[in-house]
Design a protein around this ligand. Structure first.
Ligand SMILES: Cc1cc2nc3c(=O)[nH]c(=O)nc-3n(C[C@H](O)[C@H](O)[C@H](O)COP(=O)(O)O)c2cc1C
Length: 206
């Protein structure tokens, strides 16, 4: 479906691999497309050239975007296009991956050009750890903090099973591990339900 009423949903995987995080973000997009007719776009950090923010303040002085012209330029366009985002991260050392952090740090350049660039877009997060309780919630919390700072509307999936977002235990078995995690899939679907319903409400208000 592609019309004025459909929600544009962007999925971002902040894993350097196309394994468990890639699987769950694509599952979120598939679910949103099939259940809600969402228009979907995907960006994976895997294989991408992404430079760190170096705090040169080029973006603040020039208001022309980031000084780095790397593979994140394509992502900036998708971020602006979308009504709603889901960012997925693998858990590294109890929090989000460096790739996910680089993506959100580099968004400073977009907001420096237009402070309202992301305002009222709806954001959700999902995280996958090799351990059952390995830092999924701190990883999700870091992404939610970014949404708040960007004046977006953060959502989780609600109490009794989803809480802050989609939480997965891969047992370090990649896509196969998360596909077997039925509680994780349930938490993700509930998060997408909330994300889509909130995005539809916001679109109706506009
Ligand atoms: C550098 C590094 C640090 C990690 N730290 C954690 C951790 O703190 N907690 C955890 O549960 N898993 C940790 N893991 C395991 C990954 O989160 C897990 O294998 C995840 O499924 C990888 O996602 P991917 O398949 O999308 O790459 C770590 C993996 C790496 C490479």
């Amino acid at each position: 479906m592609s019309d004025d009423t459909s929600i544009r949903l962007l999925g971002i995987s902040g894993s350097p691999r196309k394994k468990s995080t890639d699987y769950i973000v694509n599952e979120a997009l598939r679910y949103a497309h099939e259940k809600y007719g969402a228009e979907i776009e995907y960006f994976s950090a895997s294989g991408k050239n992404m430079k760190f923010c170096i705090h040169c303040d080029y973006c603040v002085r020039k208001k022309e975007g980031c000084i780095h012209k790397d593979d994140l330029v394509e992502l900036y366009d998708k971020m602006l296009w979308a009504d709603a985002w889901i960012i997925g991260t693998p858990v590294y050392q109890g929090t989000l991956s460096a790739q996910t952090k680089t993506i959100i740090d580099r968004c400073r350049a977009v907001v420096a050009r237009d402070p309202k660039a992301f305002m009222n877009k709806v954001g959700a997060a999902t995280a996958v750890g090799g351990d059952r309780i390995g830092g999924q919630e701190p990883a999700i919390q870091a992404i939610i903090n970014f949404y708040v700072i960007s004046e977006m509307i953060p959502v989780g999936g609600g109490s009794f099973g989803s809480n802050l977002g989609g939480t997965f235990w891969s047992k370090d078995k990649g896509a196969e591990g998360v596909a077997e995690d039925s509680e994780g899939i349930r938490s993700l679907h509930r998060t997408i339900n909330k994300l889509m319903k909130t995005a539809i409400t916001m679109k109706n208000i506009r």
